[in-house]
Design a protein around this ligand. Structure first.
Ligand SMILES: [Mn+2]
Length: 332
């Protein structure tokens, strides 16, 4: 057992109120982990609040047993004014800043008496916080939350089982990524035993798409280019095309990057997307020996060996060239 779990158990004894948070643009593991952790801590009699910067994406809302608070929530402001939280737990955040504006907001009321806990599985995690529960061997933070349940002697309710299962399912790419291992499959087994329904969770997350998603996917498949003798595949999305293909609501590109490493012979995949101004978001995938976390690290990004991302400036073409040059150094 990781030492941090013992520290967490002991420290929690003297704490009544716990705040949970996770990274910006929360994914399935982020949402599943905070919700599962709330269920566990509430069973211990704690008062728990979850605060995130961005709304929960629609496809994960079936996991919510009640709403989570979005930063700026007036009730939360009142709560903190009356009595602050004794502990802040960051889940699935590779560094504290990944929680976005939540960090600055906490800085307004946090002092030395508040215990900061960091529960994560990113190899790039910088071990921030007073209590660190970090295991890069784990495919998802949700696995660590499952372990927290047993350390803290809490029950994994049917709802928590589905929430945590969603974390493992999405972070392993439906048990297809190279991070899928005995621990992730064992954890999934425990979750199913506790009542999780793999078919229901997969159906909600992957099979309730809107037509815009397929229009966007169709466009992006058409932009595929091969480099490095077919070992690297790139897809690019200019902002104006994004707007035309997905006129309203939040654009969902999750999973699209995976197609870049599903061609015979590709080892590295890059999905480049123009966001606002001249900012670009790059998602990288690897199914070979290239550690894409090392590629993005040099460009200020983070992630895992087989899945990483970073933010770049400039045009789509200049960003692609910069990434390709970096990838080339890592291809043997
Ligand atoms: Mn994760």
């Amino acid at each position: 057992m990781l030492e941090g779990f013992v520290e967490l158990r002991d420290t929690l004894e003297g704490i009544e109120r716990v705040l949970l948070t996770t990274h910006v643009n929360p994914d399935g593991d982020a949402i599943g982990s905070v919700l599962g952790m709330r269920s566990i801590l509430e069973q211990l009699g704690k008062t728990v609040e979850i605060v995130v910067c961005d709304p929960v994406p629609p496809k994960y809302r079936f996991l919510l047993d009640r709403p989570v608070r979005i930063l700026g929530d007036s009730e939360l402001e009142e709560m903190v004014k009356k009595e602050k939280f004794g502990m802040v737990i960051y889940l699935d955040a590779s560094e504290q800043q990944r929680a976005g504006a939540v960090v600055e907001w906490c800085d307004e009321w946090i002092d030395e008496s508040v215990v900061v806990v960091n529960i994560d599985h990113h190899i790039s995690n910088d071990s921030f916080g007073d209590i660190v529960i970090l295991d890069p061997e784990r495919s998802a933070t949700a696995e660590l939350v499952l372990e927290a349940a047993s350390v803290l002697d809490a029950e994994v309710t049917l709802q928590a089982a589905n929430q945590l299962f969603a974390g493992v399912l999405t972070d392993t790419g439906s048990f297809q990524y190279s991070n899928t291992n005995v621990m992730s499959l064992t954890a999934a087994g425990v979750m199913v035993k506790a009542g999780a329904s793999p078919a229901m969770v997969a159906d909600q997350i992957y099979h309730q798409r809107c037509l815009s998603f397929y229009r966007l996917l169709g466009y992006l498949l058409g932009t595929m280019e091969l480099h490095h003798q077919g070992r690297t595949c790139v897809m690019m999305l200019p902002a104006e095309n994004a707007k035309a293909l997905w006129p309203e609501g939040e654009m969902d590109t999750e999973g699209i990057v995976d197609y870049t490493v599903q061609l015979k012979g590709t080892e590295v995949g890059i999905f480049l997307r123009e966001t606002t101004g001249d900012t670009l978001r790059a998602s990288l995938r690897s199914r070979g020996n290239v550690n894409v976390q090392k590629v993005t690290e040099l460009l200020g990004g983070g992630g895992h060996a087989s899945a990483a991302g970073c933010t770049l400036n400039g045009t789509l073409n200049s960003a692609r060239d910069a990434l390709l040059a970096e990838v080339e150094k890592h291809l043997e």
